[in-house]
Design a protein around this ligand. Structure first.
Ligand SMILES: Cc1cc2nc3c(=O)[nH]c(=O)nc-3n(C[C@H](O)[C@H](O)[C@H](O)COP(=O)(O)OP(=O)(O)OC[C@H]3O[C@@H](n4cnc5c(N)ncnc54)[C@H](O)[C@@H]3O)c2cc1C
Length: 251
């Protein structure tokens, strides 16, 4: 059995991160199912858990200096229920569709980004918003564009001793009306086969059709065949969802 720490001070958490022996957990909705899967196959992950959810800087949504700031451990439920300008409608709709109410209550936006699944529903809406991520370690803080943070399937630019501290969204793109459409094998509690976020400025982002979600027109989609759908189906579904998103914004 590993150790468990839930510091309320960011500096304490960063000091633990510098030791290199702690595994970050936020809501645990990605990491614990993955752990259970490994354990079932004889490879238990006996980690020391660093729970970041009691650190005040990690929670909540605020506005200052021309940016919206979203703490990395802000839950989907908090995003879903927040009063935010229309540029966040796509992100709030994604929040309403992530898992069920229990997953929305526990799961965090930062966990979604750090897990870096191609099917992470938070990524397309945040690409539209030109979001930046803020990383913190004992060595200092740095900010990166979201597009430079997620490098591939389950790969990010986060160094081993860094925590994702917050997202920063410029106030400009946050004003533009936005929508989020998700196609799954059923209506609820489902991993996206394709998801699309679009805004009234004509920006469109597509997820689950390449290793990393991307803005429409910035590189070709490279969907794969898997149990949820073929590459050809994903191509067709993406085109249909983009058309529907644009029609809904034009209405
Ligand atoms: C039933 C079910 C349904 C789901 N449905 C959806 C869905 O519809 N759409 C979707 O996108 N996802 C879905 N998920 C996946 C998951 O709920 C989300 O990705 C969620 O946002 C993960 O957040 P978390 O806080 O639980 O992450 P955790 O499991 O706590 O962490 C995930 C990873 O990120 C790391 N991490 C977390 N926070 C930080 C941080 N601040 N700094 C550094 N590293 C960090 C952890 O070490 C871990 O590697 C579902 C999961 C379940 C169990």
């Amino acid at each position: 059995m590993g150790l468990y720490q839930r510091p309320s001070e960011l500096n304490e958490a960063l000091a633990l991160m510098a030791q290199g022996t702690w595994q970050v957990m936020a809501g645990g909705t990605d990491i614990f199912p993955a752990r259970a899967h490994r354990a079932a196959w004889g490879n238990p992950m006996d980690a020391n858990w660093l729970d970041i959810t009691a650190i005040p800087e990690m929670r909540g949504i605020t506005q200052a200096g021309g940016f919206w700031r979203i703490g990395a451990a802000t839950s989907w439920a908090a995003l879903r229920d927040a009063e935010l300008p229309p540029g966040f409608d796509a992100l709030r709709e994604a929040a309403r569709q992530v898992g069920g109410r229990q997953v929305q209550a526990r799961g965090t936006i930062g966990g979604n980004l750090c897990n870096a699944s191609p099917a992470a529903d938070g990524v397309p809406p945040l690409l539209l918003l030109d979001a930046e991520v803020e990383l913190a370690s004992q060595g200092g803080r740095r900010r990166l564009k979201l597009a430079d943070f997620i490098l591939g399937n389950r790969r990010t630019a986060r160094a081993a001793d860094e925590l994702l501290l917050a997202l920063h969204v410029p106030a400009g793109p946050a004003q533009s009306r936005s929508v989020f459409l998700k196609l799954g094998a059923r209506a609820h509690l489902v991993i996206s086969i394709v998801m699309v976020a679009a805004n009234a400025e004509g920006r469109v982002a597509v997820g689950s059709c390449s290793e990393v979600a991307r803005l429409w027109g910035e590189g070709a989609l490279t969907p794969m065949d898997d149990v949820r759908g073929t590459a050809a189906y994903r191509h067709a579904a993406a085109a249909e969802l983009v058309a529907r998103a644009q029609a809904s914004l034009a209405a």
